[in-house]
Ligand binder design. Structure first.
Ligand SMILES: Cc1cc2nc3c(=O)[nH]c(=O)nc-3n(C[C@H](O)[C@H](O)[C@H](O)COP(=O)(O)O)c2cc1C
Length: 191
């Protein structure tokens, strides 16, 4: 995957990208646990660690299909080939009942940390916000205060040819980002 940066950004960050084509190679349970442990080493407000995960390997067919069934059809089409599906959840309040205002931030940090560890192991993840919220809540009987955030397909990259268009061409297109000047401002926000 082509990633052109202006500055010499670390290889681990350059190598992370979101494939839709996954190979059939399973992910070893220990590798997945290592990736999940990495997530827990993210920073969080009051060290609350408000991230929760529900995951299934494809070999656990019933559990895997439960996760898969919560995705929107466009995502199901390719995510069904991933060897692992993960649901990332957020615990929205502290135990004393106060709202944890930065909980979503911390879940994002945990997921980003997870992806770095995955990349180091040669794995790739693809985050999906395209899922049915009500169905997910019902399927996993989620209590109040535990909210689905994103789903993640995880595995080893497969051949782009296994995808239908338009995903096939997108899979190999160079990655793009806004230039620094469009999102980072020295001293003050521009008028
Ligand atoms: C919160 C979030 C939701 C996303 N939802 C979807 C999705 O439902 N389906 C999908 O194919 N990609 C989804 N993506 C993947 C993004 O499209 C992808 O990260 C972005 O295009 C940048 O590409 P890269 O991750 O390869 O750098 C999502 C990413 C994030 C962070």
């Amino acid at each position: 995957m082509e990633t052109t940066t202006t500055y010499p950004v670390h290889e681990l960050i350059r190598q992370r990208w979101s494939p839709r084509a996954f190979s059939a190679q399973p992910v070893a349970p220990e590798a997945l646990e290592q990736v999940l442990e990495a997530a827990s080493w993210a920073a969080s407000a009051m060290n609350e660690q408000p991230w929760r995960y529900i995951y299934a390997h494809k070999s656990d067919t019933e559990a895997f299909n439960r996760l898969l069934s919560c995705l929107l059809p466009g995502n199901q089409g390719w995510a069904k080939h991933a060897p692992v599906l993960v649901l990332s959840l957020v615990k929205t309040h502290y135990d004393n009942g106060n709202l944890n205002r930065t909980a979503m931030h911390d879940v994002g940090s945990a997921n980003a940390t997870m992806f770095l560890e995955a990349t180091a192991l040669g794995l790739h993840g693809h985050i999906m916000g395209g899922f049915d919220m009500d169905r997910t809540r019902e399927t996993f009987n989620l209590p109040e205060g535990l909210e689905p955030v994103v789903f993640i397909a995880l595995g080893y990259v497969g051949a782009a040819e296994q995808l239908e268009e338009p995903f096939r061409s997108r899979e190999t297109a160079p990655r793009k980002r806004k230039p620094l000047a469009e999102f980072a401002f020295q001293n003050q926000f521009p008028d």
